[in-house]
Design a protein around this ligand. Sequence first.
Ligand code: 4AD
Ligand code: MG
Length: 461
Amino acid sequence: MLIKDILEIKADNRELSASGWARTKRDMKNLVFVEVNDGSCFAGIQCAFDKAMLDAKTETALSRLTAGASVRVRGRLVTSPASGQSVEIAGEELVIIGSAGADDYPLQKKHHSLEFLREIAHLRARTNTFGAVARVRSRLAFAVNRFFEENGFFLVHTPIITANDAEGAGAMFQVTTLDLAALAKSAAPPVWSRDFFAKRCYLTVSGQLEAETYAAALSRVYTFGPTFRAENSNTVRHLAEFWMIEPEMAFAELPDLMALAEDFLKYLFRDALEKSGDDLAFFDQRVQKGVIENLQNVADSKFAHITYTDAINELQKSKVDFEFKPVWGCDLQTEHERYLTENIASGPVIVTDYPKEIKAFYMKLNGDDKTVRAMDVLVPRLGEIIGGSQREENLQTLERRMAELGMNAKDYSWYLDLRRYGTVPHSGFGLGFERLVQYVTGMANIRDVIPYPRAAGQADF
Ligand code: 4AD
Ligand code: MG
């Protein structure tokens, strides 16, 4: 039986067995206490063995037991005299399934730094913190799918290998089967037509362009998959491999998209509050004080809206001495995002209508010919959690924009076809899944909310 199910039962002296990993053993005068955790929920179960009643096998097993060993315990479910738990197992039998070694098990009871745990990422899910992150992450993924299912969106699996740079940022990992060592020795340039896909290919930075094609058929779709960016940014908010959720809606303009983003985030926060109470209580106490209250407040709030131009004005009016001076045309820096969420909006804020120069080619151009119908959702502590836009649905405008940016229209003929045949206003956004998990748990570093982080210089496990 899973420990989470055992903990739901009233102590009725029934006989049961539990399996898991021993967290601690305390050897007292008459009793041996073993705390067993199976990861099914935050709490483990306390098992108390009466020394006077032990059979010889269990006595030996208990004497050899060390933290980290996997065990099976059999006993009766009784009311716990200890505080903080309602039931415990009055143990009758303990079997060691796999021992752990008293001295070399890396997760001894003492406190470990997150940096150290990153080096043993294959074992860190056995700690309170990383077990809780993994459970919250899984529940959030389910909530994402449920939200879209309830709102008429279909899940579309978009390709991971692609020939196009959707975001135009150029930070892509190339995929090739050409012999790089041979190429390095040769004076001739690589012949991409001889490569595996007969052209230059990359790991995708976004499933958006392909998602748009399905939105132009099914009206509402979303993708939820891994994306890759070869930016060498060593920050607590960037990964080289991260998961992104990208809804795309046909017959929808920017205000519809802003409403969707707000509803979506609130749904996810409410779901976490409801389903991950025990794990969130831990984060609230030990990781980020006030994280529960913050999620509740945001779930009950109305998101603020501000245009990029107004945001720059507010930043310029402020007396803050920013490291990067806010000027119209510059990208918002983390310090600017913080000021907007913490000082201007006191909560989440949706910034819209950015200069076209700092946004991707596909965004719908405003009448001023200077700004595009983009939106970023910024949240306190983290900054940008969602980025999206209304898409340019006018063929001529989009072709003109691509030409301005030096893009080859032939490479995007399929994308332009959507504007040729039955074009419609449509809009979509991307939510970085790890940023969401960071925000919900309060974990400071994005590398601690994905099991095996990939970042520049880091691809272990
Ligand atoms: O703003 P971005 O680059 O937008 C897109 O990729 C669009 N195609 C989305 C769309 O309109 N369908 O990325 C979207 C989100 C960001 O707001 C951020 O949450 C996350 O993806 N993100 C990253 N998360 C972790 N590591 C990185 N290197 C990230 N880059 C973006
Ligand atoms: Mg962005």
